[in-house]
Design a protein around this ligand. Structure first.
Ligand code: ADP
Ligand code: ZN
Ligand code: ZN
Length: 701
């Protein structure tokens, strides 16, 4: 070995809980600054690694020879200290290994490239160009103008609370523009919840700033596309990065602004690996890197709403965010008038009440578009034998298999198991099997029948379309289906929550939620918040073009069919009074000591049997009590319980809730508890354990 070689500590992606530390020492003949990407031997393989630090590395212990770094990915600037601090924070806060978080924050293709291949990619990367200067800008409304002025002049972080259709996107565009003009090296990160919302936004940003300036980062891209986008952001060539939650880890040396659009959306929370909240990390990152952060929503999360409370006499400091309000719709448009149908007064089994059906017919006859929302795909959630009571249960999960009529299959939405629909009851042979309940497929079918005689203004028949996870499986399908709606080729759109979010539909004047009651009595304390957000967002798809409404001489409506029409969620929806709804919810949360007034973590265990899963959790809890783990005096550990869907793909699932009034205490406790969890797992009692994980700030309890 070269005598001048020094030791470097390299972060590599070791399997989590493998016991191997995730910072490994290697020898290097060159001095490698922290953040340098290298290839290093790991066991029999060679893997991508990230030089974490050089100083901390210990000299090779006598008698043990370290292996040398295999290659250095030259040509790529080291990942800067801001990025490394973000990764280190995320790993610590969400209880994962540094190497796992660091390496999974990098584009996957980087793992497979040799230095030569990478150099070739870098040569292809476009050089920086002057941003297109936007001209002919529309005049901002007074509310938009003042939100923009606040964002540009104050430090933030901001919660931009703006009604659906109040023009939040235009505020984002102007703030990005202004900050990029102020500083030629500045970059902006714009995050959206789901991939299906990105195309429209991407077009708006590309049209405003020039396609060269904007790159996307999301999981729907091919690996080469993702690498190219990532490299452009890392080099500072791309001034704007548009992406989903993963984009919060984009390397952006010039980061000056982070926007989190629809900040309430649950998809900002990663549900595997490091279970991070991209919204919360965005706020942390903004503060650390000195970038402004804007969280935007018409239905903010209660966490963000509470964090943005204005100071009062009792609470002279207020929240740590600044709240900005844009209550009015662009063009003085009105929010949808809410019509509630009491389903107790409808004939049993009614799917479309008579008044709703009449309203739909009227809209079609006037050439306007409507949207029918049902958060359940497939034809019917379960098949049932009327003779023996058999139900189409999944053999591998504690769930029903869903009936899909289109391809005559029964499919489990949890494990994916699928089979052909039986002709007769598999248990007793009776031919009397019927479907119970309904999904979007059935709604589409029923509407087709119910509206068959209705004519559009030009005398042609009504056109009905469906958008859900089934109709959009093929690549590009969703985009083309949405384009049809935008082009006015659809009169009634049936769909799941996919159609309720974000889309800027111009000619929809009626939205109906036909069966929203399911969420009213959920055991999850966030269910009312989520239902309100879904319905208010859905209502926000109607009447977005005030000029169109005026020309049609029509008003936009949101219909809700319910057996509990007076429920507080629907009352709040009726007046579109999010602040009142939030105030009431927060009061309940305060009384019950729930988030945002308390902090939670879940430990989940998956095992062959429920006993093993719960046994592991109980043992880990007792170990913490016995060892008097620091912070435990501030923690309530609840008994383990099975998950709502207890078994998936033959794996039993249980969880244990931890709660504390102090985030710091919970963090301290989790850090100190981690080794005990690992040790507990090794005990022979828990041999049937498949995996365990910690979910900090869980979204679903
Ligand atoms: P939000 O994101 O708040 O729901 P959008 O930003 O999508 O609302 O704006 C709704 C519609 O109003 C869009 O079609 C947008 O182009 C338009 N719009 C936004 N601001 C203005 C403005 N100042 N003048 C005219 N139209 C505007
Ligand atoms: Zn039967
Ligand atoms: Zn299943």
């Amino acid at each position: 070995m070269n005598a001048t070689a020094t030791t470097v500590r390299v972060a590599v992606h070791t399997p989590s809980h493998s016991g191997v530390g995730d910072l490994l020492d290697y020898l290097s003949t060159r001095s490698l600054p922290p953040g340098t990407l290298v290839r290093v031997p790991l066991g029999q393989r060679e893997v991508l690694g990230l030089v974490w630090d050089a100083e901390g590395a210990s000299p090779p212990p006598p008698g043990r020879s370290l292996r040398p770094v295999a290659a250095v990915l030259d040509g790529l600037a080291p990942l800067d200290a801001h990025w490394r601090r973000l990764v280190a924070f995320a790993a610590r806060y969400y209880q994962r290994s540094l190497g796992e978080v660091a390496l999974s924050a990098l584009p996957p293709q980087l793992r497979d490239l040799s230095p030569v291949q990478l150099a070739r990619r870098l040569r292809r990367s476009a050089p920086p160009q002057a941003p297109a200067t936007a001209t002919n800008l529309i005049a901002l409304s007074a509310e938009q103008e003042s939100a923009k002025a606040e964002i540009l002049s104050k430090p933030g972080p901001f919660l931009l609370y703006g009604s659906t259709g109040s023009g939040k996107t235009e505020v984002y565009l102007r703030c990005v523009q202004e900050l990029l003009e102020r500083d030629p090296a500045a970059q902006a990160l714009v995050m959206v919840p789901e991939i299906n919302l990105t195309p429209q936004l991407e077009e708006r940003f590309a049209a405003r700033f020039g396609a060269q300036q904007v790159v996307s980062l999301h999981s729907g891209m091919t690996n080469p596309q993702r690498l190219a986008g990532w490299l452009a952001a890392h080099a500072g060539h791309a001034r704007i990065v548009l992406g989903t939650r993963m984009a919060v880890f984009a390397s952006m040396p010039g980061l000056a602004l982070i926007i989190v659009d629809e900040e309430h959306d649950p998809s900002y929370k990663q549900q595997e690996g490091a279970r991070y909240s991209a919204r919360d990390l965005a706020v942390w990152r903004g503060r650390e890197q000195g970038a402004k952060v804007v969280l935007g929503s018409a239905t903010p999360s209660l966490e963000s709403w509470h964090a943005s409370r204005p100071p009062t006499l009792d609470d002279p400091v207020g929240g740590r965010y600044q709240r900005l309000c844009m209550p009015s719709r662009i063009g003085a448009g009105e929010l949808a008038r809410v019509r509630r149908v009491d389903m107790n007064h409808q004939p049993r089994g009614t799917v479309f009440s008579a008044p709703l059906l009449a309203a739909l017919q009227e809209r079609v006859a006037r050439g306007e578009q409507s949207m029918v929302l049902l958060n359940r795909r497939g034809y019917a959630p379960v098949l049932h034998c009327q003779d023996c009571g058999w139900k189409s249960d999944c053999a591998h999960c504690s769930a029903h298999q869903v009936f899909h009529k289109i391809d005559r299959t029964l499919r489990c939405h949890h494990c994916g198991a699928a089979q052909r629909v039986p002709r007769a009851c598999p248990a007793c042979g009776s031919p009397d099997i019927v479907s119970l309940g309904r999904g979007t497929e059935q709604l589409e079918e029923q509407l087709t029948t119910l509206l068959t005689d209705v004519r559009r203004p030009d005398g042609t028949p009504v056109r009905i379309a469906r958008i859900d996870a089934d109709s959009t499986r093929a690549k590009g399908a969703l985009q083309s289906q949405l384009a049809q709606v935008h082009a006015g080729e659809v009169d009634v759109l049936v769909g799941t929550q996919m159609i309720a979010k974000g889309h800027d539909f111009r000619r929809i004047t009626l939205v109906a939620a036909v069966q929203p009651d399911g969420a009213l009595f959920s055991s999850d304390f966030r269910a009312p918040e989520r239902l309100f957000a879904l319905l208010e967002q859905a209502a926000g798809r109607a009447g977005r073009d005030a000029a169109y409404l005026a020309a049609q001489g029509t008003r936009c409506e949101m219909w809700v069919q319910s057996f509990h029409p007076q429920h507080a969620v629907f009352e709040a929806l009726r007046t579109h009074d999010y602040p009142a709804f939030a105030a009431r919810q927060l009061r309940e949360r305060l009384d019950a000591a729930m988030p945002p007034f308390a902090f939670q973590a879940l430990v989940r265990a998956d095992a062959r049997t429920q006993e093993v899963a719960q046994g592991f959790l109980r043992a880990a809890g007792s170990a913490a009590q016995q060892a008097a783990v620091p912070g435990i005096e501030h923690i309530t550990i609840y008994p383990p319980v099975p998950l709502a869907v207890q078994r998936i793909a033959n794996v039993e699932r249980a969880q244990m809730l931890l709660e504390s009034e102090s985030r710091a205490a919970l963090q301290r406790f989790l850090q100190a508890w981690q080794p005990l969890l690992q040790a507990t797992r090794q005990h022979p009692d828990h041999k049937g354990l498949v995996r365990w994980l910690v979910d900090v700030d869980p979204l679903a309890i």
